[in-house]
Design a protein around this ligand. Structure first.
Ligand SMILES: [Zn+2]
Length: 330
């Protein structure tokens, strides 16, 4: 259900939203910026719901017709843009669904709200078309633009919007959420919360995916036996990684976190802050065998591999080099 109560963190944005409704100072355009999974959608739809609610003075009552209609995607005055293509939002999408529609007065409620998800996919032409509307919007219009990356938007668009940054949440809060709401055991909650870097949507996705936990086990197995492998066996291991090829970035992040844990454990021997807390004994072996220098080199070599893969350097070659370096550092 779309409700401010279901948003974790980002209290400042909710406060701002509540004030705009209470004081009737709603802007015509909001730019809601945040990583994938950070909760932009929940925030935006909760705001749209609250604005149209005729009973509550600052949020939503969840009972009136408007609130119920929003939950079933049937609110006539809250419109989500449906672009023709999935990969981009074109000028025709904006013309047909916004510019030609926005001057028709709201059907039942106070505002007419448009929600553009993935607004960073708007082509420059689409942005210019939207700009015309943003320059002189009708008094009842509210446009919510959701973006991961603000850099793809024209400065002229940004300057006409109120920009709200959706922030990652403290990892402990994410962890607590996973334990209380998803009944995850402590060490799994800790692991998923840390890996998600405080992005709640990612944490929930990881926590509900068996795949991710299997991948984690796969990674631990590989990384702990690496020093005993010869080059031929390393090549074979890379073939064994084939099933994770599309998620190789996540896989490398796991290896990175492993060596950060090893480093941490070597420095402190404390079990408290490590992420792979269920693999303590294996971490300890690496912490004993590896020098500070070689652990740091491993971390650098994995980060380098991630950069290479980002810039589309040959996949197998990059991994071969990375694993060979890690082996050599041991
Ligand atoms: Zn309501």
């Amino acid at each position: 259900m779309y409700s401010y109560d279901n948003v974790i963190g980002n209290e400042n944005i909710i406060e701002h939203f509540k004030n705009t409704k209470q004081n009737k100072k709603v802007a015509h355009a909001y730019l809601i910026v945040g990583d994938e999974g950070s909760g932009k959608k929940l925030l935006s739809y909760s705001y749209a719901k609250a604005l149209q609610c005729e009973i509550s003075t600052e949020s939503a009552c969840h009972k009136c017709e408007s609130c119920i209609q929003l939950e079933s995607s049937n609110n006539p005055d809250i419109k989500k843009l449906h672009p023709e293509k999935e990969s981009s939002i074109g000028v025709e999408d904006i013309r047909k669904q916004i510019n030609n529609d926005i001057f028709i007065k709201p059907y039942s409620y106070e505002y007419k709200i448009y929600i553009i998800e993935n607004a960073d996919r708007m082509t420059p032409q689409a942005q210019n078309a939207l700009l015309k509307t943003l320059e002189e919007p009708p008094q009842y219009a509210v446009i919510l633009l959701l973006v991961n990356n603000i850099d793809t938007l024209l400065a002229t668009i940004i300057s006409r919007c109120i920009v709200l940054n959706v922030r990652a949440i403290n990892k402990l809060r994410v962890e607590k959420y996973l334990i209380n709401n998803m009944q995850l055991p402590d060490y799994k909650a800790h692991f998923c919360a840390t890996f998600s870097k405080g992005i709640i949507g990612t944490a929930i996705k990881l926590a509900s995916s068996d795949d991710f936990l299997l991948m984690k086990d796969h990674c631990v197995k590989l990384v702990t036996k690496l020093r005993n492998l010869d080059i031929y066996e390393i090549l074979n291991s890379i073939k064994g990684l084939e099933e994770y090829k599309s998620r190789i970035n996540e896989y490398l992040d796991l290896i990175l976190m492993w060596y950060r844990d090893v480093l941490f454990l070597k420095a402190s021997k404390s079990k408290e802050l490590i992420i792979f807390s269920d693999e303590y004994d294996l971490l300890l072996i690496d912490a004993d065998k590896l020098t500070y220098n070689s652990i740091n080199k491993n971390i650098e070599t994995i980060e380098e591999a991630k950069r290479q893969l980002d810039s589309n350097v040959n996949y197998e070659l990059t991994l071969e080099l990375m694993f060979a370096n890690i082996k050599e550092n041991a």
